[in-house]
Design a protein around this ligand. Structure first.
Ligand SMILES: [Zn+2]
Length: 483
């Protein structure tokens, strides 16, 4: 039986206790299949992973690990699969109000998203973000790369629920819902305030896009990124309108505009990268910029990042879910599968993007894209204990000939039983342990209701959006003010 690309390894466990006693550890997952996703693709059929504090202490054959450790809690891994926590390289976790209302509408960013976002208030954001955090954790995402407005509230939600995150306060100088100079200051304040403050939160800069941020602000953030080491997360070449605006204002492509403003580089993560010239692709490759492919959103909107082509041309390409507008969920197992299907479709043959490549985009590649390849993305001793345990004793997983292929093509959120972030068990029996899920859903729905009430009052045309007609009355899930 082949386990993915991997091969069993029987080298000694890389730790020991000279006194002959057993080494105390916090968790031992024993007897599970393990896909480490290390560079060699090492996999174990009867494996074990031991954690202590926030790190992985050992991974290897179960009999060797178990003989050497004394766990505070032993988890029976039989019939289970352990993989590294998934990393979502582009999200807006607080965008739940857009769920289900944007499809079949052209130019949704301009016609729905920004007008609704104008009704956001700071007091809504924590509850909205928590919906995205809970959804992500349950789907095996242990690290989110996110940017949005009111980022302070989003960082609080991440910290409270115990998810890892790379966060930036979105900056726009025109067109969007919040565009003043105060937004630029808020972005700088956020990076300063969260630098070194929490082991889970990494603050970044987040200019919105080349067409919505004036060049002086882009240069200011590029310079600050260079000084502080904080990375940059933005949208790039997402819509035809963006390309037209940048061309008419600056006489360049969006990628050339970013190059001109000093934004491109190995610490920059550029979501979408759909409308690119061949020389744009050269600029991305030469600068080491990461492009982030968001397959579900791209497929739903009919315009796709040519991820496989970019990769052949030397561009690092990560994977993200984007937001509840046009996706509408945040499920990285789904994105991994969609990534393969979409790339094979546009290239016209199977193997344009393989299961193994797509799985690594959501783990090791995304880890490298956020500058954390030495601590995230693989199961290795010394790496952060960000782990996902799936129940694979199921019809859907039978037979198990190639574990990576089964994970990519058959794996489901409903298989996920446990999730660890930094050694903390944040999902157990498929439920989040750190917050009360029912309360999160109740409060999140109430926040959406408030936003729809405000948006509906301000923009009566939104009442004409198509919505479900419920047999038991005219009122949908949310107020008829909005619909
Ligand atoms: Zn986005």
């Amino acid at each position: 039986m082949a386990l993915g690309n991997g091969h069993p390894v029987d080298s000694p466990v890389p730790f020991g206790d000279p006194a002959g006693g057993k080494l105390p550890v916090d968790y031992l997952i024993a007897g599970s299949m393990v896909l480490t996703l290390d560079p060699q693709g090492t996999a174990y059929r009867d494996g074990a992973v031991a954690t202590r504090g926030d790190v992985i202490l050992a991974v290897g054959p179960a009999r060797e690990i178990e003989a050497r450790v004394a766990p505070r809690r032993r988890i029976d891994g039989s019939g289970k699969l352990v993989i590294p926590g998934l990393i979502n390289a582009h999200s807006h976790m607080a965008m739940a109000p857009m769920r289900g209302i944007t499809h079949d509408v052209p130019g949704v960013i301009y016609s729905i998203m920004w007008p609704v976002e104008a009704s956001l208030r700071e007091e809504d954001i924590y509850d909205l973000a928590m919906l995205g955090v809970v959804e992500s954790l349950r789907a095996g995402t242990t690290c989110l790369v996110d940017h949005y407005f009111f980022m302070e509230e989003i960082a609080r939600a991440c910290q409270d629920a115990g998810i890892r995150a790379v966060l930036g306060h979105t900056v726009m100088s025109s067109d969007g819902p919040f565009t003043g100079e105060d937004q630029l200051r808020a972005a700088f304040d956020f990076v300063e305030r969260w630098h070194g403050r929490s082991p889970l939160i990494t603050p970044w800069f987040a200019p919105h896009a080349p067409d919505t941020v004036r060049p002086e602000w882009l240069r200011e953030m590029a310079a600050a990124s260079g000084r502080s080491g904080a990375g940059i997360h933005l949208h790039l070449a997402q819509t035809e309108r963006e390309v037209e605006v940048v061309r008419s204002r600056y006489g360049r492509t969006p990628v050339e505009q970013l190059a001109e403003c000093g934004i491109l580089g190995p610490s920059t993560l550029a979501a979408h990268c759909i409308y690119l010239t061949e020389s744009d692709i050269d600029l991305l490759a030469q600068s080491g910029t990461t492009a982030v492919f968001c397959p579900t959103v791209h497929a739903n909107t009919g315009k796709v990042c040519r991820a496989a082509h970019l990769m052949r041309r030397g561009v690092r390409v990560g994977l993200g879910s984007d937001c509840a507008s046009n996706n509408d969920d945040m499920n990285m197992l789904e994105e991994i599968r969609m990534a393969v299907a979409v790339q094979n479709t546009i290239e016209g043959h199977p193997g344009a993007l393989t299961a193994g490549q797509a799985l690594r985009m959501a783990t090791t590649v995304n880890a490298a894209a956020i500058g954390q390849a030495d601590r995230l993305g693989s199961i290795k001793p010394g790496y952060q204990a960000d782990l996902v345990l799936l129940d694979i004793r199921k019809a859907r997983w039978t037979p198990l000939i190639n574990a990576e292929a089964n994970l990519v093509y058959c794996g489901s959120e409903s298989d996920i039983e446990m999730v660890f972030v930094a050694g903390v068990l944040v999902v157990e029996n498929g439920r989040v342990t750190t917050v009360e899920e029912d309360e999160v859903v109740r409060r999140g729905a109430a926040a959406c209701q408030r936003i729809f009430d405000r948006a509906g009052r301000a923009m009566p045309r939104f009442r004409n959006l198509p919505a479900t007609v419920f047999a038991d009355g005219p009122q949908g899930v949310f107020s008829t003010d909005f619909f």
